[in-house]
Design a protein around this ligand. Structure first.
Ligand SMILES: Cc1cc2nc3c(=O)[nH]c(=O)nc-3n(C[C@H](O)[C@H](O)[C@H](O)COP(=O)(O)O)c2cc1C
Length: 174
């Protein structure tokens, strides 16, 4: 598939079948993240791949809203960075995450970004605290997002070419 078609086909998928993801596909997805560009070539992100059902369920409760479907994913990829070590940890993590999402799509798999940075529970517990506890993550590493990945259980329409916000694009001057 040409890249211009891939970007049109990629949509967020939140419903997945029970089918596991082939090990080679998991590696190919991670490879895309590991090949992504980083500030100063630091490549300081860390990724935790989670396929343990109990832990997936716990991760789905790391914030109040918007992440419950993680428990139905075959796999979660937890994207981490160290803000004290890398002032571009958000940018580096974001680029790695979307690279992995496009690779997942290219393999016919569905994925969705679940925001964790700045999120948490209504009792004031941060998502970071929950995630660090569940996955034994050192305190200096913060979670940007968790990617839910799996075989698609729903169909989504490709992006509508007619709804692209071309008005947000400016030529030469704003
Ligand atoms: C920074 C960011 C945070 C997001 N957080 C969540 C989230 O917490 N839960 C969720 O279900 N989707 C989340 N999404 C997915 C968006 O809702 C989705 O990309 C958007 O609605 C556009 O739909 P599409 O991806 O199907 O084109 C997030 C996407 C981005 C880029």
């Amino acid at each position: 598939m040409e890249f211009k078609d891939l970007v049109q086909m990629r949509r967020s998928h939140r419903k997945f079948t029970e089918q596991e993801i082939d090990g080679d596909d998991v590696k190919t997805i991670l490879r895309a993240g590991l090949m992504s560009p980083t500030s100063k070539g630091q490549r300081s992100w860390q990724f935790v791949v989670v396929d343990d059902k109990t832990d997936l369920e716990k991760l789905s409760d790391a914030k109040d809203l918007g992440g419950q479907f993680l428990k139905g994913a075959a796999l979660a990829i937890v994207v981490l960075g160290d803000p004290l070590q890398n002032d571009c940890w958000v940018e580096d993590g974001s680029i790695a995450a979307i690279s992995m999402q496009y690779q997942a799509e290219a393999l016919g798999l569905g994925s969705c970004w679940v925001q964790m940075r700045g999120r948490g529970l209504s009792d004031g517990t941060s998502a970071d605290t929950v995630i660090q506890g569940v996955l034994d993550i050192p305190e200096n590493l913060h979670c940007l997002c968790i990617l839910a990945v799996g075989h698609k259980a729903d169909e989504r329409k490709p992006q509508n070419e007619d709804r692209l916000k071309w008005e947000n694009v400016h030529l030469n001057k704003f």
